[in-house]
Write a protein that binds this ligand. Structure first.
Ligand code: IPM
Ligand code: MN
Length: 353
C-alpha cells in the first residue's frame, strides 16, 4: 500500500478551475497506476470569493494550507479586481508565509511543440531557472512621500539577506548536481549596476561553489545578456539561478521559447515545508468556461508536484504522456487551436499514463 498525500487544490480565477480539473484527472489516474492515494481538499480562494465576501484570504488560510503535503493552484487574477490585490493578497502571501523560497521553472521544449527560436529543437531547450522567491523588489520595502504633489517620491527597494541568497544558491547547486547534465550553474545578475545586491550574490555564489560544489562549473551572466543568450544559444544553459525580479522576467521569456503559457509550469518550493505548484500563465478570463484553454501547463504543474512528493515514476509517466500528445496529437498549444477541447486533452494525457 503506497503513501497518502493531502493536497490542497485552489482552482482560483478564470480558467484556473478548468485546467486544474484536468490536472486532477491526470493525477488520479497516476495514483491508481502507481499505487498512492490522493486526499484532495478544494479551496475557493480567488477573485470571486473576494468580490462576494470582501476578504482576500480567510484568516486561517495559511494555517489551513500548512496542514497539507502540497498545494495545486490554478490561476489568480480577476478582471473586476484592481491589479495587485489578489496577486499580493493570495499568491505572494502564500509564497512568503509558507516560505516557499524557491520558484522552480523548467524551460523544456517538448517534441512537436513550436518554438519561436529559429533552428532550435528539444535537444537545445532544456534547462531550469531557479528563481529566488522571497526577497528582492517583492518584499514591499519602500513607500511614497509627498504623494499626489509634483514632488512626489516613490521608492521600492531590492532587499536580500545573505541567508536568503545562500539557501537559494545551495538549492541551485544541488539541482545542477542532481540533473547530472552539463553540471553548470549560471548566476544571472547585474553586478555592473546593482553593486550591492548582486555583489552579495556573486560573492556568495563563488564562495559556496568553491567550498561545497567543486564539481559544478560556475558561470556568470548579466541579466540583459542572459535574455540575449536564452534566445540565441539556449543550449548553453543547464541551471540558471537568479533573484526574484530578474527571475520573474526571464522565466516569461523562457516560457515563450518552450511554447508559451499553455505548457509552462512552476513550483514554489519550501524544501522543508509546504510547496505550491502552478501553471505560469494567468487566469485568461476571456476563455473562461469555453472548454478550449490548454490544460497542459496545469498538468505539468501536477507532474512537478508528484516529483517533489517523491513519486518519481508517476511524474515521469505523466511527462512521457504529455510528450506523446505534443508530438503526435495536438495541432498547436494555443487555446482553441489544439484540435481537442480542454477536457479531451486531459483524457488523452490520463489515458497515456
Ligand atoms: C509569476 C507572476 C507573479 C509574480 C505575479 C502574478 C505576482 O508574474 O508567478 O511569475 O510576479 O511572481
Ligand atoms: Mn511572472
Amino acid at each position: 500500500m503506497g503513501k497518502t498525500f493531502r493536497i490542497a487544490v485552489i482552482g482560483g480565477d478564470g480558467t484556473g478551475p478548468e485546467v486544474v480539473r484536468e490536472a486532477v484527472k491526470v493525477l488520479r489516474r497516476a495514483a491508481l497506476k502507481f499505487d498512492f492515494t490522493l486526499d484532495l481538499h478544494d479551496y475557493d480562494y480567488g477573485g470571486e470569493r473576494y468580490l462576494r465576501t470582501g476578504e482576500v484570504l480567510p484568516e486561517n488560510a495559511v494555517e489551513e494550507m500548512r496542514r497539507h503535503d502540497a498545494i495545486l493552484l490554478g490561476a489568480i487574477g480577476h478582471p473586476d479586481v484592481k491589479p495587485g490585490i489578489l496577486e499580493k493578497g493570495i499568491l505572494l502571501r502564500l509564497r512568503f508565509e509558507l516560505d516557499q523560497y524557491i520558484n522552480l521553472r523548467p524551460v523544456k521544449l517538448y517534441p512537436g511543440v513550436e518554438t519561436p527560436l529559429k533552428g532550435k529543437g528539444p535537444e537545445d531547450i532544456d534547462y531550469v531557472v531557479v528563481r529566488e522567491n522571497t526577497g528582492d523588489l517583492y518584499t514591499g520595502t519602500g513607500g511614497f512621500s509627498m504623494k499626489g504633489t509634483p514632488h512626489e517620491v516613490a521608492i521600492q527597494t531590492s532587499v536580500y539577506t545573505r541567508h536568503q541568497v545562500d539557501r537559494c544558491l545551495r538549492y541551485a547547486f544541488e539541482l545542477a548536481r542532481a540533473r547530472g547534465k552539463k553540471k553548470t550553474l549560471a548566476l544571472c545578475g547585474k553586478t555592473n549596476v546593482l553593486t550591492y545586491v548582486y555583489d552579495l550574490w556573486e560573492r556568495a555564489f563563488h564562495e559556496m561553489g568553491e567550498r561545497e560544489f567543486p564539481d559544478i562549473k560556475r558561470e556568470y551572466y548579466h541579466v540583459d545578456a542572459t535574455c540575449m543568450w536564452m534566445v540565441k544559444n539556449p543550449e548553453w544553459f543547464d541551471v540558471i539561478v537568479t533573484g526574484n525580479m530578474f527571475g520573474d522576467i526571464i522565466t516569461d521569456l523562457g516560457a515563450i521559447t518552450q511554447g508559451g503559457m499553455g505548457i509552462a509550469a512552476g513550483g514554489n518550493i519550501n524544501p522543508n515545508g509546504v510547496s505550491m505548484f502552478e501553471p505560469i500563465g494567468g487566469s485568461a478570463p476571456k476563455y473562461t468556461g469555453k472548454n478550449f484553454i490548454n490544460p497542459l501547463a496545469a498538468i505539468c504543474a501536477g507532474m512537478m508536484m508528484l516529483d517533489h512528493l517523491g513519486e518519481k515514476a508517476a511524474a515521469t509517466a505523466i511527462e512521457r504522456s504529455v510528450m506523446h500528445i505534443t508530438a503526435h496529437k495536438l495541432k498547436s498549444l494555443a487555446a482553441g487551436r489544439m484540435g481537442y477541447s480542454t477536457s479531451e486533452v486531459g483524457d488523452l494525457v490520463a489515458e497515456g499514463i
